[in-house]
Write a protein that binds this ligand. Structure first.
Ligand code: FAD
Length: 308
């Protein structure tokens, strides 16, 4: 019931100003965000590596309409990749990039700017043995993001993308992206979407997730199962086994701070368990989507404000 207003608030500048102004918010945010600086992200990567978990780091930011800010995001990723390399943590690491943070919404040729900026991040990743995955934002950006993915894969065939099971188009997108070399992160989807394009009912979203998993697991690509849902994880494991897959040809992914014990358990079984680690100051939209996903998170947030 609270999902829609929280997702609307995630895009409201007024709400953002209000929530960011509360000093206690930051300590609650820390449950989901590794910290503001590159050093914080590197520290989180080192801690996760200690028990066999892999990383994909997101330098937080989205919806920029400022070319300088988009260029700053590219520099932040370059700095982050170089810091990971200095600490011996870059090989096998991944960075998650939101195209709206690197220029997709800039007036004029936003898509071209985002492509060029994403190319620079891919070059920096390749130089240190890391990979890049394009996050998926709301449905108005899906075609543009998949077009940029196609362009990038011409030069960097290992670039991955996210598909969202709540979108009705996604099963078909999975078919198109299940070929050799393709890396697809399948998630349920975190934005407020209209019923013309997206399943609204949780059970329908779950059924779609399973249909998409079937396509990806039976395909020739590298499926990345991004979910905290024990049922989806069990089904993914079974489908992987049914399709003769081994731990090295697919992986599981969860968000930083969510179900860490389950993360450690999957890693201890010898499976690739990649944790999505957000860092930076632009945490507002990301944080609000986490609150929208789970009423208990909202209660935790409100309790945190009251008891400080
Ligand atoms: P749900 O049915 O939402 O939850 C199942 C169970 O997981 C819950 O009962 C609870 O126990 C636990 N859980 C789920 N969410 C939370 C939470 N916030 N806090 C605490 N416990 C929780 N979405 C996009 O739209 N685009 C992206 O690019 C994208 N990238 C992602 C990358 C990764 C690695 C992951 C894990 C998720 C990503 N998401 C993305 C978010 C995703 O779409 C879902 O909103 C989110 O993962 C919740 O769905 P779920 O599959 O965990 O299942």
């Amino acid at each position: 019931m609270l999902r829609a207003p929280l997702l609307a608030a995630a895009r409201s500048k007024r709400m953002r100003a209000l929530i960011e102004a509360v000093p206690a918010t930051r300590s609650v945010v820390r449950r989901f965000v590794s910290g503001s600086t590159t050093a914080d992200a590197v520290r989180a990567a080192r801690e996760l590596a200690a028990d066999g978990r892999s990383i994909t780091i997101d330098h937080l930011g989205e919806d920029t309409t400022d070319a300088t800010q988009a260029a700053g995001t590219v520099r932040a990723y370059e700095e982050l990749l170089s810091a990971l390399a200095d600490q011996g943590l870059a090989a096998g690491a991944d960075v998650s990039v939101k195209l709206s943070a690197v220029g997709q919404f800039l007036p004029g040729d936003g898509e071209g700017v985002a492509l060029e900026n994403a190319r620079k991040i891919c070059a920096a990743a390749e130089a240190v043995g890391a990979t890049v995955t394009l996050d998926m934002e709301d449905h108005t950006t899906t075609d543009s993001t998949l077009q940029i993915l196609r362009e990038l894969r011409g030069e960097y065939p290992w670039v991955g993308a996210v598909l969202q099971a709540y979108l009705k188009r996604t099963e078909q997108d999975c078919r198109e992206l299940s070929g050799p070399g393709s890396r697809v992160r399948l998630c349920k989807g975190a934005y407020a979407e209209p019923e013309e394009v997206a399943f609204q009912d949780k059970a329908e979203v779950d059924k779609s997730y399973v249909r998409c998993l079937r396509v990806l697991m039976a395909g020739e690509g590298y499926p990345m199962v991004a979910s905290h849902d024990p049922r989806m994880i069990a089904i993914a494991r079974r489908l992987a086994a049914d399709n003769g897959r081994k731990p090295g040809d697919h992986e599981f992914q969860m968000l930083y701070g969510i179900r860490p014990e389950e993360q450690k358990k999957l890693a201890a079984e010898g499976r690739t368990m990649r944790v999505y680690v957000p860092c930076g100051d632009e945490w507002y939209g990301y944080f609000m989507r986490r609150l929208a996903e789970r009423p208990a998170n909202l209660a935790f947030f409100l309790r945190g404000l009251i008891t400080r």
